[in-house]
Design a protein around this ligand. Structure first.
Ligand SMILES: *[C@@H]1O[C@H](CO)[C@@H](O)[C@H](O)[C@H]1NC(C)=O
Length: 497
């Protein structure tokens, strides 16, 4: 990326996003012209896929979206069970901590028409517990989290029956909690082997922590998870999990790719000041990291190091380049010892040493606030079984995107013009995100926007109704189901061509 002043940069970012949409549109149109639509995607279905669509949303040709459920209060994490039911946890009053199961009515499943989701309450709102984000299903249990604890309830896929709070079991506890100025949501994901991964963010939301003591992803092996059914084995103190990845400021979005590799999207700091680099460079830094969390024990830099996105001219920008956090590079006061991590003073050299600090795999623009991530599944296999599967996945995204990551960007108010507010595709090839420049530590990618608002003349990309994407997944019919916390919705994004 060539150096440019911040104002110009903003316009470039907006233009790049717009260009990505146009390029995607052209590619989709070309693909559509070359390939006749499969027989199960007939013209009536195409017209009917999303009804009138989602107000104010822009989607590339061939895609459409509609609001399938509304009236939720701050819906956050979304999961799907093996029967295809969606599970969503809410964070705000009057449904604080409620978990409901959602499914389409049979006529909508049969016809592919845009039906409203039907909801069944599994766990009621409870303001003594305040479930707030994490939700997962595994091995006969439904899991959810609040700030300090992970809970589970007996659950059978597709049961669509009230569970209540009675059978709630605490399986992990002791996490540092409290909601004031702290990252208090906890993400829960199981891998195929049944290991539970849990993400916990930094204490500071507006500054940096002194150490990375809670900014991490923990792993609880399947055997430990299995032990929670034995008397007195639970709850387990959270610190007794394996530290899978340390130094992640707030890795809310976690997802496994088709090979089972864990990836995360990070919310970078809200304020970057560095007089060596141009003073207040917050508008375009740090980049929002996409991290590969493929093996245990990595240190990812927070709070000592941050990832560059764009520096003011005449400096040359290298998106993804690591920098030491300036206040840590000198003693806090004259004569005080230098800040160290594992015995090493905090310097740019330390931050750029890949043996010490794992750099991001790719960078999203600053302040996108990615909160959800999901990988597009492989296309159905060839043969009769594959045909049946393809019919079930009537709204599946184009196969060319298999293995790509979909990132849900909550967007940031703390920047003018605002950025993010979109569901975007990050291209992957050979199991890694496609980045811009060869040989760089890491480089920027601007996701192809699959669901966003039209860009206003002043560069504003917010939705008129306040929509902000939160968490999402590929659903059984191939559509992408995602939550929007500000408007209290579940939206289905469909590829109908
Ligand atoms: C989270 O759950 C624990 C255990 O039940 C409880 O002590 C704590 O108060 C809860 N946190 C909130 C914010 O309700």
């Amino acid at each position: 990326m060539t150096p440019s002043p911040p104002g110009h940069m903003r316009r470039v970012l907006v233009a790049v996003a717009a260009a990505a949409v146009t390029a995607a549109a052209a590619a989709a149109a070309a693909a559509a012209a070359a390939t006749p639509p499969p027989p199960w995607k007939d013209a009536a279905l195409r017209r009917a896929a999303c009804g009138a669509g989602y107000p104010g949303a822009v989607t590339p040709p061939g895609y459409c979206a509609y609001s399938a459920a509304s009236g939720l209060a701050g819906p956050r994490g979304i999961a799907v069970d093996t029967a295809g039911d969606l599970l969503v946890v809410e964070r705000f009053r009057p449904h604080k901590g409620r978990i409901r199961s959602y499914h389409l009515p049979p006529w909508a499943v049969r016809t592919g028409l845009p039906g409203r989701l039907r909801a069944v309450t599994l766990v009621p709102a409870d303001e003594e517990v305040n479930l707030n984000h994490g939700v997962a299903v595994r091995g006969g249990f439904l899991y959810a989290s609040n700030d300090t604890s992970v809970f589970r309830w007996p659950y059978r896929a597709g049961q669509r029956r009230w569970i209540g709070n009675g059978p709630r079991q605490v399986v992990i506890d002791g996490m540092p909690g409290g909601v004031v100025l702290r990252h208090y949501t906890r993400t829960l994901k199981f891998n195929a082997a049944g290991d539970l991964f849990l993400s916990i963010g930094s204490r500071e939301t507006d500054g940096v922590d002194g150490t990375p003591w809670r900014s991490m992803v923990k792993r609880y092996p399947a055997a430990v998870v299995a032990s929670w059914s034995k008397p007195r084995a639970a709850p387990l103190h959270w610190q007794r999990g394996e530290t899978w990845a340390l130094g992640l400021r707030n890795e809310v979005g976690l997802a496994f790719d088709a090979k089972g590799v864990l990836w995360g999207v990070e919310n970078g700091n809200n304020l970057v000041r560095d007089d060596r680099l141009g003073g207040d460079i917050t508008d375009d830094n740090p980049c929002e990291e996409i991290n590969r969390l493929d093996k245990p024990g990595g240190f990812f830099g927070y709070p000592y190091c941050w990832s560059e996105h764009t520096l003011p001219a005449p400096r040359k920008s290298v998106p993804g380049r690591q920098h030491a956090w300036l206040p840590f590079t000198a003693p806090a006061r004259p004569g005080a010892p230098r800040k160290k991590f594992r015995g090493i003073p905090i310097t740019n050299a330390f931050c750029r040493n890949r043996a010490r600090v794992v750099p991001p795999a790719a960078c999203l623009p600053a302040h996108w606030a990615p909160l959800g991530m999901a990988f597009q599944p492989p296309p159905p296999p060839a043969g009769p079984a594959g045909v049946a599967e393809a019919r079930r996945r009537r709204y599946a995204f184009p196969a060319s995107g298999s293995g790509d990551a979909i990132v849900l960007s909550h967007g940031s108010f703390s920047r003018d013009p605002a950025v993010g507010y979109a569901v975007g595709r990050v291209r992957y090839t050979n199991g890694a995100p496609v980045t811009g420049q060869r040989g760089d530590l890491s480089v920027a990618v601007t996701p192809e926007v699959l669901f966003g608002s039209a860009t206003a003349e002043d560069g504003d990309v917010t939705f008129a109704n306040g929509f902000r994407p939160l968490d999402g997944l590929f659903w059984t019919d191939g559509s992408f189901a995602f939550t929007g916390d500000k408007t209290g919705e579940i939206v289905l994004l469909r590829y109908y061509w």
